[in-house]
Design a protein around this ligand. Sequence first.
Ligand code: OAD
Length: 239
Amino acid sequence: MSNKLEQVKERLYSSSRVVVLTGAGISAESGVPTFRGAEGLWKNYRAEELATPEAFKKDPQLVWEWYNWRREKIAPVRPNAAHYALAELEKRFRIFTLITQNVDGLHSIAGSHPIELHGSIWRVKCTECGLSEENRDVPIKILPRCRCGGMQRPAVVWFGEALDPEITEMAFSASTDADFMIVIGTSGVVQPAASLAGIAKNAGAYIMEVNPDPTPITRIAEASFRGKAGEIVPLFLLD
Ligand code: OAD
């Protein structure tokens, strides 16, 4: 791998507009369960069954219980070597955009400035007045209420919901302009995040992937590093 690593590093450091796209896999070594791995199951429910507006409408208590489980898992965890390496990498490029699908907040704790495509697990939003605010209670009191009396929901993007258009625009425009994109720990199946690598590729960017397993992004990647993010990403900082 070392020869390949050196070649890719050379390419990275000769690039001027770097975009990094991360998914649940980057937080796996911190102890946050991924969505599609076996650990992502909660009481035999899959994320796709609970992270939807329909599920919340039908049984908000159940959805909040799941989020409380996720909050409990995420609250004590710390960023890992991959999060810290990306925060360091950000300092080495004038134009550097970190786009994450993760809602765990670990990139920010590590010192990065991510575009959070899917929102944050530490924010809640009123289903009546739309007010969004931070709430770090673990566990959160079920069912949480806004000061207007409306029921609050997690301020995350669920399946079937549109992303915030301003955030989407920032992510698409950075991907279109990128000359190097690093895709880390995402299964590459949830849109529109999954299409960002294709957009960057079509616009001429070099695509590099870090994932223990092949994904749909592997096909378009010039370089794929098979392994854990916490072991591979820091290698890109070494001289
Ligand atoms: P997934 O759970 O679908 O995929 C996690 C990916 O991380 C897989 O490809 C794993 O092979 C890889 N992986 C596991 N351990 C890793 C490690 N130590 N280092 C690097 N990679 C590792 O998560 P996402 O692709 O992020 O959306 O899922 C996308 C979206 O689907 C999530 O943001 C969430 C989910 O449902 C919403 O909640 C809207």
